[in-house]
Design a protein around this ligand. Structure first.
Ligand code: HEC
Ligand code: HEC
Length: 302
């Protein structure tokens, strides 16, 4: 830096390095100053135009700027575009589902996978509370993902279960309601033996006789397996509709299932009601079929 300023008239600040490197005192160029002020204006405009400051108004709604824009509104608009696109894209499939019978839908692989794929949410919303996620069952609510059916695993039977609902009936203490406590005990042991494959043993002769006396075979079949699905459980497998504990099994035999007197459930009877969904489901004409196809495909469909 030199003390002597060889360029006194050019408006430099007097700071000079390396002999001739000077710091000048020029105002910024006009274009720069204009952009600078314009930047301020843009900030003010932006703050007012978009909801920059996150306030809520007295109605508890999101702050809108002068533009009336919010991210939520934009999301909703975009979502609607997507939804409309999907409706349009799948309109022909939906029409086919509405027009075709469930049996025909099953024969059409593409339509079948479409029905299955679009059922999951529906099942979660309307069925899983009772039948468990993926139809895995819950205590007192049947598994839908196996091949053990109360009302039948043919597609038309599944469709009817969903559409009209189901309600199994089992009288208390045998068909005539005339079994004694001892008889109930021995038939309970016989039923457990049926599931374990030891029912032929001499020990269960008495129980077997009670099974005949109580006319259990009218519904559960002569060998513990219903001849046709009509709501009665198969007693020869290890799948229990209720807990499968001896006490529970005995209780079902003693108090029956869905036994009512004067319109009220009697004490101790098992409640097992599948509600009818033909009015409960939105767009039921299509959705009952969709769900029937889904359940048929869970693994146990016949
Ligand atoms: C309130 C509880 C409940 C809800 C919700 C429910 N179910 Fe059921 N569902 C049952 C019960 C209980 C049974 C057994 C009825 C019986 O024992 O007779 C059943 C039986 C069935 C059966 C017959 C099973 C068989 O073994 O034959 C099908 C199929 C079925 N439900 C499908 C559905 C579908 C699909 C939905 C949803 C749209 C649904 N259920 C919603 C309680 C329910
Ligand atoms: C009128 C028909 C009917 C008669 C008669 C009948 N049951 Fe049942 N039984 C049913 C139905 C229906 C169910 C299943 C209800 C359900 O799951 O919703 C059932 C369920 C059972 C269960 C529970 C099975 C399980 O998986 O938890 C047992 C055990 C049983 N019955 C034993 C008997 C015995 C023993 C007799 C004779 C004393 C008998 N039942 C008579 C209709 C009948």
């Amino acid at each position: 830096m030199a003390n002597h300023n060889p360029w006194p008239d050019e408006g430099n600040t007097g700071h000079i390095w390396d002999e001739d490197l000077r710091e000048l005192d020029n105002p910024p160029p006009l274009w720069w100053m204009l952009s600078f002020y314009a930047g301020f204006l843009i900030i003010i405009f932006y703050t007012l135009y978009y909801p920059t400051i996150p306030l809520t108004n007295s109605m508890g709604e999101k702050t809108e700027g002068l533009a009336g824009w919010t991210a939520v509104n934009e999301y909703e608009e975009d979502f609607k575009v997507l939804k409309d696109w999907r409706v349009a894209k799948f309109a022909d499939k939906e029409e086919k589902l509405a027009a075709m019978s469930v049996a025909d839908i099953l024969k059409d692989d593409e339509l079948k996978s479409y029905a299955v794929a679009t059922s999951k949410m529906l099942f979660g919303d309307y069925c899983a509370a009772c039948h468990g996620a993926g139809g895995a069952g819950n205590p007192s609510f049947p598994v839908l993902a196996d091949d053990d059916w109360l009302w039948g695993g043919k597609i038309a039977q599944i469709e009817a279960s969903i559409k009209n609902g189901r309600m199994g009936n089992m009288p208390a203490k045998g068909m005539m309601g005339n079994l004694s406590d001892e008889e109930i005990d021995s038939v309970t042991d016989y039923v457990i033996a049926l599931s374990e494959g030891t029912a032929g043993d001499d020990a269960y002769k008495a129980g077997k006789a009670v099974y005949t006396k109580g006319m259990c075979l009218a519904c559960h079949g002569p060998a513990g397996k219903p001849l046709a699905p009509a709501g009665a459980a198969n007693l020869t497998d290890q799948i229990w509709r209720f807990s499968g504990d001896r006490d529970d099994i005995r209780s079902v035999i003693a108090h029956g299932v869905n036994v009512k007197k004067n319109g009220e459930y009697v004490a101790g009877t098992r409640k097992a009601v599948m509600p009818s969904f033909k009015e409960r489901l939105p767009n039921a004409d299509v959705n009952v079929k969709r769900l029937a196809v889904y359940i048929h495909a869970l693994g146990g469909g016949q």
